[in-house]
Design a protein around this ligand. Sequence first.
Ligand code: GRF
Length: 194
Amino acid sequence: TRFAILASGSGSNAEALMKAAEAGIIPAEAALVVTDKPNAGVCERAARYGVPVAAFQPKTYETKAAFEEAVVHELKQRDVDWLFLAGYMRIAGEVLLTAYPGRMVNIHPSLLPAFPGKDAIGQAVAHGVKVSGATVHFVDAGIDTGPIIAQTPVPIDEGDTLTDVTARIQQAEHELYPKTAAQLIQEERKRVGV
Ligand code: GRF
């Protein structure tokens, strides 16, 4: 089994996935990192784990479909079975969704359906919620709307700063995502009998 990570940013979740694959905790190979930001921190992290990076510039394609077709071509060429989105700052279109039905997963730093979209942690702190967390869910055509797979609650205490809460939620993400990815892949392997 082979998976790719789609990421646009620092890549700390991507690193958690690559590390878990390297350690055999995820029973699959991290085959590729796809990014739409050639200078993103995730590229350096991928290099440290010996994972190849495919960087695409969406604006050099005429349509979103053409951009996604180029991505899917690369994914198919590398025999990628699963897609894990980790801070990928684009909405998945028809082409990607059709290519990986039920095998495209995302992580989001809130207890969905609360606080979808950008700055979920800032929104949670601004609302004064006492509990937020991290969610792993299947990707659909919406923003952070697909079926929920797993969640970790994270308490927000009186006097916590945005930095405190961010660190705590990121820590929860880095545990939840590899664990959930491993479960998904194991369950599928059982289903197909390998
Ligand atoms: C994470 O909080 C993830 O939940 C969200 O974007 C952030 C990416 O951070 N989708 P990183 O690039 O993995 O460090």
